[in-house]
Design a protein around this ligand. Structure first.
Ligand code: ADE
Ligand code: ZN
Length: 347
């Protein structure tokens, strides 16, 4: 039995998958943070990468965000953003990610005087190398900070216009409570008019109503986290019925105390209610692992998830991506072949 479970974990790790919820700034490993600090003459509050890693004990989303924004200060040059993104793509490819849709937070950089002309070339150079050298398809989602004003978000979307063809969508992140979706209705209407795909963090710390409002007031096509939707059974039925994806991040939710431990995580319940959930890493440098570590932690704590469930999570990740339909079909075909080759049940 135990060996069957290990075989399933191995099969999941080796399966083609998409990662749809990862913040590029959240992939900044302490070692790289120190290397960039040295390169840029920035003094960090911690004496070593080990001391910085030891500071990663959070009791809420805000306690994490304070450290996450402080970490951004070492990112100063085009090369820094390239190094950051290229390191992530290499890790993602080794987790057999075939498609990554990656958030970046422009306001965390423009507020420090680091502009689009600095970070976009570095981020895009890394995408091109990921495609060429790793066969990994990647795209960026411009993510706006909800603790700032809607006007700041609109101005940032405006500043991004010269780079508009290089990102596929718009997202909303940062401190959720007290910054409801309705605050950003005009911004999302503008982004929709520009043809951007729309996503929003909602229902991470905030209530189920924020998930509903992200759908109804912002037109979000996919919800990031969304785990508090489970508090509203009618909303869960709607998500399942409309095939709306929730990009769930198990290790993040435990690290930020959304759930007391992995065994209490509600992803299995959402999956079994028919909601299109999948597994993502959010801010892997801070939360203890990349996407495969998230699958492993989830499956280890939830023996009720069987091989058909694991297949469904992997397939959901591919189907919920914003890649062209033909690419998605090809990846699903590869997943099916892999699952068959392992002799596993796909449900
Ligand atoms: N920014 C980076 N990670 C985030 C998260 N988990 N929630 C909200 N904003 C974020
Ligand atoms: Zn996130």
């Amino acid at each position: 039995m135990a060996s069957q479970r290990l075989a399933l974990l191995d099969a999941v790790c080796a399966a083609p998958k998409a990662e749809l919820h990862v913040h590029i700034e959240g992939t900044l490993e302490p070692e790289l943070a120190f290397a960039l600090a040295r390169r840029n003459g920035v003094t960090l509050r911690w004496r070593s990468s080990a001391e910085l890693r030891a500071a990663y004990a959070f009791d809420s989303l805000q306690s994490f965000l304070d450290l996450y924004y402080a970490g951004c200060d070492v990112l100063r040059t085009e090369q820094d953003f390239f190094d950051l993104a290229w390191a992530y793509f290499q890790r993602a490819a080794s987790d057999r990610v075939v498609r990554a849709e990656v958030f970046f937070d422009p306001q965390s950089h423009t507020a420090r005087g680091v502009g689009f002309d600095v970070f976009m070339p570095g981020l895009l150079r890394a995408v091109a190398r990921a495609q060429q050298q790793l066969g990994l398809s990647a795209a960026y989602i411009l993510c706006l900070l909800r603790h700032l004003s809607e006007d700041d978000g609109i101005a940032t979307l405006q500043a991004a216009q010269p780079w508009a063809q290089h990102f596929i969508g718009l997202g909303l992140d940062s401190s959720e409570r007290g910054n409801p979706p309705e605050k950003f209705a005009r911004l999302y209407a503008q982004a929709r008019a520009q043809g951007l795909r729309l996503v929003a963090h909602a229902g991470e710390e905030g209530p189920a109503a924020y998930v509903r409002d992200a759908l109804d007031l912002l037109g979000a096509e996919r919800i990031d986290h969304g785990v508090h939707a489970a508090d509203d059974p009618a909303l869960v039925r709607r998500l399942a019925g409309q095939g709306i994806a929730l990009t769930v991040c198990p290790l993040s939710n435990v690290k930020l105390c959304v759930f007391p431990d992995m065994a209490a995580h509600n992803l299995p319940a959402l999956l079994h209610a028919g909601v299109k959930v999948m597994v993502n890493s959010d801010d892997p440098a801070y939360f203890g692992g990349y996407v495969n570590a998230n699958y492993q932690a989830l499956l280890a704590a939830h023996p009720e998830l069987d091989s058909a469930d694991a297949y469904r999570l992997l397939r959901n990740s591919l189907e919920a991506s914003f890649a062209p339909a033909g690419r998605i079909a090809a990846w699903v075909g590869k997943l099916d072949a892999h699952w068959r080759a392992q002799g596993l049940d796909a449900g």
